[in-house]
Write a protein that binds this ligand. Structure first.
Ligand SMILES: O=C(O)[C@H](O)[C@@H](O)[C@H](O)[C@H](O)COP(=O)(O)O
Length: 302
């Protein structure tokens, strides 16, 4: 199979390598000429045999929309676009309709595995018609992990793949938060002698063994108290979309929502909400207030 791959960053670049190792002929395009196989999107499309299949692996939102819009002009009847980015699932229907107007098929594909995917394979969650998914199946087979699982055609409607990936990421937030809170409690006490050893022991036999646990063990083996890292966590949108979908469907999502909000809290040096709590507590009960610390000093009750 021949495929065009747009976007050769840390995900796309490794995916090109894994697809090639799996016997797929890949022509990659990236704005960074150093990693690109071809000078333009137009040149990439020209070099592909018909039916042309182009995998888009660029940041979600504007960059993905712009790339798919450009491909709608360059591709034709019977060709296929695969969106493998972390796109919002509601964008997929828009892109599927845009391409369908020209007879071009569309598959949305949530991709999990991060920088380890090159070695371990990428878990893939696809949405779209059976015929469209079949057109890209050799590429999916090259990318997916060896073994029975790691690939799903989640549904016929556009967005089924990215919706699955979105929920996967919501779960990812909550699972990471649970390990993190357990780690903080063990670190805050002197009950156990060696916290990394306790975490490492959980990797086998326990009900909470997992790859995320393995990754945390690796991190604390390298930096026992995570002193080299600031307690600040970004988010790329998937957790927010999961919580929004839960609200739309009146699904109670206590743990995933809390793990999303924990990331927002991590970005505050001082909590405006807690200032208000402290102020009210002071007003009704005369309870002591803490004032902002002088530069380099500690905050103490007045
Ligand atoms: O399954 C995966 O491989 C990850 O989920 C991957 O897709 C990415 O690392 C997250 O999207 C980061 O998401 P946040 O920036 O929202 O934590």
């Amino acid at each position: 199979m021949h495929i065009g791959l747009v976007g050769l960053g840390k995900m796309g670049g490794n995916m090109r390598t894994r697809m090639r190792e799996g016997g797929v002929t890949v022509i990659g395009y990236d704005r960074n000429a150093d990693v690109s196989d071809t000078e333009s999107l137009e040149a990439l499309v020209e070099q592909l045999p018909t039916p042309k299949v182009v995998w888009v692996m660029v940041p979600a939102g504007g960059p993905t929309h712009d790339t798919i819009t450009a491909l709608a002009d360059l591709l034709g009847e019977g060709d296929l676009v695969v969106d493998g980015g972390n796109s919002r699932w509601t964008d997929d229907k828009i892109h599927a309709d845009l391409l369908a107007a020209k007879g071009i098929g569309f598959v949305d594909c949530g991709v999990s595995g991060g920088v380890w995917g090159l070695q371990n394979g990428y878990a893939l969650m696809c949405g779209g018609s059976t015929a469209d998914v079949a057109k890209a199946q050799p590429a999916f087979d090259a990318l997916r992990p060896e073994g029975e699982s790691g690939f799903v055609h989640a549904g016929q409607q556009p967005g089924a793949g990215h919706f699955s990936k979105m929920v996967h990421n919501g779960i990812e937030y909550a699972v990471m938060q649970a390990y993190a809170e357990g780690w903080e409690l063990l670190e805050a006490t002197d009950v156990v002698d060696n916290v990394p050893e306790v975490f490492a022991s959980w990797r086998e036999g326990t009900v909470i063994r997992s790859w995320l646990l393995d990754l945390l063990v690796t991190a604390i083996e390298d930096d026992t108290h995570l002193d080299k890292i600031r307690g600040y966590a970004d988010d790329s949108g998937e957790g927010r979309w999961t919580v929004e979908a839960a609200i739309d469907n009146a699904v109670p999502m206590n743990v995933i929502a809390a793990s999303l909000f924990a990331r927002f809290s991590s970005r505050q040096d001082d909590s405006p909400a807690m200032k208000a709590v402290a102020a009210m507590r002071n007003q009704f009960g005369g309870h002591a207030l803490h004032t902002p610390p002088p530069p380099g000093g500690d905050a103490n009750p007045d």
